[in-house]
Structure formats: C-alpha cells, structure tokens
Design a binder for this molecule. Structure first.
Ligand code: URA
Length: 211
C-alpha cells in the first residue's frame, strides 16, 4: 500500500548526487561534500510549503509589498551521528533555525534504538521541526526520535532521509502517520543486518571515515 505522507525528491541533481554517495569508491571528504550539497537541495523541497506574508519593502527605485517568510520558526534536529551530514547543508540554507540533537544508536543484536543524548530548544512546541537522518532502515530509530520530540512538545514535524527502505517507511508511517517523510530514494529492502540494499553502506562510517 502506498504511503500517503511520502515525498520522493526525484530532482535530477539529487538523483545524480545520491549516485555519487552510493559509489563504494567515493572518498570521505567527497562524501561529506556531496551529502552537504544534497541536503541543501532536499531542504529546498522540504520548505516549499513555508508560509509567506507580503511586507513593505523599499528598493532603490520604489516601495512595494514583497513576500517574506512568516509563521512558525524552524528547528533542525539531527539524529547523531550520521544526521550531522544532512544537518550541515540544511543549516546553510536556514541559518536562523535552532538546532537540536538526539543521540540514538542501534543495538546491533536487537536493532532497536538506545538513547544516550537529547537536547532540543525549550520552545520546540512553537517551531516546525525538521528531523534529519540519512538512512531510514528498520524505522525504529526515527520512530523513537519522533516519540521523544513529541514528548518534548513538538507538534509539527517533518522527517528528511536520503535513502529509505520500504520496511522502515511502513513502520514509521504506522507509528507516526501525522509526520510527512521526504526521501531521495526508496530502495529495495533490508539485509539480515538491517542495512539498506543497495543503499550506500553505513552513512556514519562513510561520512567520518571510520571502520
Ligand atoms: N544505517 C546506515 O548507515 N546504513 C544502512 O544501510 C542502514 C542503517
């Protein structure tokens, strides 16, 4: 069954850059750079519905009413540590957004998330939250992160991932049907270790050159 809250960002630049990220031979520095570029392009789509209000402006030649952003302020929340890769680019695009961090790691036996850090702005209930994590695999981490954000008062949340597995999308939508999901690709499936196939490998390791 299709996921009604899913948007696949199939822009040619996003798709091209995602392929560069998937390539095994893409080195760490280039991976970081391209992830940053992709996240800016994704940020453009994620913010497409931000409300505008006409406000008076004086150009060197005339006065008129011109559109400026209005409504809720933004908060970008990164799931550590791979989320930092997407956060960097989006922050460039949205420099006045507040930033939150959620530290969750996947227990390699159970594949369930374990929280070790949580810090978000106090006024999160007044903000539009964009939660970023490159890989939506089983979906458990994103589900847990959104539960924590809702517990902290967040009422308006979007999830941005680079690559999603069908299993993760279903799990996430079942838990949080009110949260729209944006992804650059929906891949084939998970492997027996919970990695996305074909995917791009471990996003954190590729971003930081670990392993
Ligand atoms: N996390 C990753 O970094 N990669 C996957 O394929 C799945 C989860």
């Amino acid at each position: 069954m299709p996921i009604p809250t899913l948007t696949v960002i199939d822009h040619p630049l996003v798709q091209h850059k995602l392929t560069l990220l998937r390539r095994r031979e893409t080195p760490t520095a280039r991976f970081h750079e391209v992830m940053r570029e992709v996240s800016q392009l994704m940020g453009y789509e994620l913010t497409r519905d931000l409300p505008l209000e006409d406000r008076p402006v004086e150009t060197p030649l005339a006065s008129f009413d011109a559109p400026l952003l209005t409504g809720k302020k933004l908060c970008l929340v990164s799931i550590l540590r791979a989320g930092q890769g997407l956060l960097d680019g989006m922050r460039t695009l949205l420099p006045s957004a507040r930033i939150g961090h959620i530290g969750l790691y996947r227990d390699q036996e159970t594949l369930t998330p374990v929280e070790y850090f949580f810090k978000v702005p106090e006024d999160i209930e007044e903000r539009l939250v964009i939660l970023v994590d490159p890989m939506l695999a089983t979906g458990h981490t994103a589900v847990a992160a959104v539960h924590r954000l809702k517990d902290a008062g967040a009422a308006s949340i979007k999830l941005a991932v680079l690559v999603a597995a069908p299993e993760g999308l279903r799990t996430f939508h079942d838990a949080h049907p009110d949260v729209p999901v944006f992804t650059a690709a929906v891949d084939e499936r998970l492997d027996e270790n919970g990695y996305i196939l074909p995917g791009l490998g471990d996003a954190g390791d590729r971003l930081y050159g670990t392993r």
